[in-house]
Design a protein around this ligand. Structure first.
Ligand SMILES: Cc1cc2nc3c(=O)[nH]c(=O)nc-3n(C[C@H](O)[C@H](O)[C@H](O)COP(=O)(O)OP(=O)(O)OC[C@H]3O[C@@H](n4cnc5c(N)ncnc54)[C@H](O)[C@@H]3O)c2cc1C
Length: 234
C-alpha cells in the first residue's frame, strides 16, 4: 500500500552528467519501502495549477537509513525538472509512494533484456543494484541509449560491472535525433541480438516515442504484451 504524503529534506545535490542531476533526499516521517524499479510521486509547487505531481524512480534500492537517490535530466522549458534543478541542500519536497510494477518478478525464468533511453536507465540501474546485491547475476543484457557520449549515465559503473560479471552484457549507444531515428538505431542492435534466441524478458524504459515502437517491434516478433515490461515517462 502507498505511504501517505510526507516531507523530505534535500541532503545533497550532484551533477552526474552535464544535463543529469542527482538529489539525495531523506524522508522526514518514515522510510519509503519500495521495490527497485518502482517510483515516488513528488508534489512540486510549480506549473499552471500547483502542485505539479511528477514521478521519479529511485536510482538505488532502499537503504538502511532511508535515503533516496532521485536522478533526472533537465527538460528544456520543463517546469518540474527545472524546479528540481533549483533545489539546494536543506530544501524540502513533498512526496508519496511507492507506486508502480516495473520491478522484478519473484522468479526469473528468462534472460533479462533492458533497453533504456537516457534517464529511462534510472529504474533499471536500481534493479541492477538489486541483482548484484543478491549474488552472482543471472544473464542480463542492457542496451542503454544516450544523446551524447558524456550523457551516458553510469557509464563507467556499468562498464566495470560488465568486466566483473561475465553474465552481464552492457551495450551503450550514443544516438541524437528524432524519436524515429533513435528507435531505428536501437533496432539495428536489437534485431541481430534477438535473432535465433529463445524468448527473453524485455524491459523498456524512457519516453513513449521510444518505448512504444520498441514494444510494437517485440509484439510483431511474437511476444505477448504482458511479456514486455514498460515504463513510460511522458
Ligand atoms: C513512472 C515514471 C517514472 C519517472 N522517472 C523518472 C526518472 O527517474 N528520471 C527522470 O528524469 N524523469 C522521470 N520521469 C519523468 C518525470 O516525471 C517528468 O515528466 C520529467 O522530469 C519532465 O518533467 P517537466 O515538468 O520538466 O517537463 P514537462 O513539461 O512535463 O515536459 C515533458 C516533455 O519533455 C519530453 N521529455 C524529455 N525528457 C523527459 C524525461 N526525462 N521525462 C519526461 N519527459 C521528457 C517529453 O516529450 C515530454 O512530453 C518519470 C515519469 C514516470 C511516469
Amino acid at each position: 500500500m502507498a505511504e501517505p504524503t510526507q516531507s523530505a529534506t534535500v541532503l545533497s545535490v550532484a551533477d552526474l552528467t552535464p544535463h543529469v542531476r542527482e538529489l539525495i533526499l531523506l524522508p522526514k516521517a518514515q522510510k519509503i519501502l519500495f521495490q527497485p524499479g518502482q517510483w515516488i510521486s513528488l508534489q512540486l509547487p510549480v506549473g499552471i495549477k500547483p502542485p505539479l505531481n511528477h514521478a521519479y524512480s529511485p536510482a538505488l534500492p532502499p537503504t538502511p537509513t532511508g535515503h533516496l537517490s532521485l536522478v533526472f535530466d533537465r527538460v528544456p522549458d520543463g517546469a518540474g525538472s527545472n524546479y528540481l534543478y533549483g533545489l539546494t541542500p536543506g530544501d524540502e519536497l513533498l512526496m508519496s509512494g511507492p507506486y508502480g510494477d516495473f520491478s522484478l518478478p519473484p522468479t526469473l525464468d528468462r534472460e533479462l533484456l533492458f533497453v533504456s533511453r537516457y534517464t529511462g536507465l534510472v529504474p533499471i540501474r536500481c534493479i541492477l543494484k538489486q541483482l548484484t546485491a543478491a549474488g552472482p547475476m543471472p544473464p542480463v543484457t542492457l542496451i542503454a541509449v544516450g544523446p551524447a557520449q558524456d550523457e551516458l549515465l553510469y557509464h563507467e559503473e556499468l562498464q566495470a560491472l560488465a568486466k566483473q560479471q561475465s553474465s552481464f552484457r552492457y551495450l551503450p549507444m550514443v544516438v541524437k535525433g528524432t524519436d524515429e531515428e533513435v528507435v531505428e538505431a536501437t533496432l539495428t542492435v536489437l534485431r541481430p541480438f534477438l535473432a535465433g534466441k529463445p524468448k527473453l524478458m524485455p524491459w523498456l524504459s524512457g519516453v513513449k516515442g521510444f518505448v512504444r515502437p520498441l514494444r510494437t517491434y517485440f509484439m510483431e516478433a511474437g511476444y505477448e504484451r504482458k511479456e514486455i515490461k514498460t515504463e513510460t515517462y511522458d
